[in-house]
Design a protein around this ligand. Sequence first.
Ligand code: GTP
Length: 332
Amino acid sequence: MISPEDTRIPVTVLTGFLGAGKTTLLNHVLTADHGQKIAVIVNEFGEVGIDNQLVVGADEEIFEMNNGCICCTVRGDLIRILSELKDAKFGNNGRRKADFDRVLIETTGLADPAPVAQTFFVDEEMAQFYNLDAIVTVVDAKHAEQHLDEGHEAQEQVAFADVLLLNKTDLVAEDELRKLEQRLRTMNQAAKIYRTRQSRIELHQILGIHAFDLQKKLEIEPGFLEEDDHEHDDQVTSVFFRETRPLDLNKVEQFLQEWLTDHGVDTFRYKGILHIKGVKQRIVFQGIHMLFSSHPDREWKSDEVPTSEFVVIGRNLNEEWFRNEFAGCVAM
Ligand SMILES: Nc1nc2c(ncn2[C@@H]2O[C@H](COP(=O)(O)OP(=O)(O)OP(=O)(O)O)[C@@H](O)[C@H]2O)c(=O)[nH]1
């Protein structure tokens, strides 16, 4: 039980499969009028982070962790960042004092939340200074059945959640939603389930809820506090492109469409910021399986080199084909 005197820093872990709506939720939290200062840690699959560029008002309070998945290779980084944050907050080691009330960790869509949660119990310093408040899992109502049928990570994300946001309810019919809710309920009887659109939720329903219950998690996964041996789907890889020459948006859409016709099921997520010929704004391009869209964002700044950055995450990606096609998108 959490005592009223618990002065540890509350941590919320945000999970959900690729493209479910985690960054959308994060932006909602960061722009809502709640008067709280939130330090955000963002972890992405793939070499370069796109998300940090899509998070509103990204500033020094956002810490980025790339090059691996938070649940394994970069867990050391997570502990280091949290340790530095704690020092900054409490002013140890002469470091600048950073003032924040809570920490929000957005994990990659491929992360198993169990080892991330574990960090707050097995690492002594973490356990002393941080209190895991809740694991919030965003579920993509449109693609959840497929993700849950196929993947261990998606299942763990649901099983470990304290709060489930059944998001994108605008994309599915009521009877499908009910069926999915039942499936989620069977997998996790304890979590609160909220239906959302654009991840919109009252913040008091996800922050400061004291929901993480170690005892319950041990029932789901008795080895929770032991050394972890979780596995990832090794076939999932990412391809990343960067190009400073302006691109032709139609060509980007055409080659992706061609790829998705045969590989939509295996292509979990693609997203990026594009520099399109004749367009003053950055074009944000996002897709999940067969569904994609693009929209203009802010204008390129005078002191930045307009650069397209694009990442595709999926199974059996043909990297060479992608590279050729992407190179072919440079505008004439
Ligand atoms: N139709 C619909 N689209 C949504 C909803 N919520 C989010 N989206 C869109 O879904 C896409 C993915 O949302 P993100 O918030 O980037 O998802 P994410 O979980 O952070 O994605 P990754 O970090 O890549 O795993 C974006 O294009 C969002 O605008 C919703 O309720 N309905």
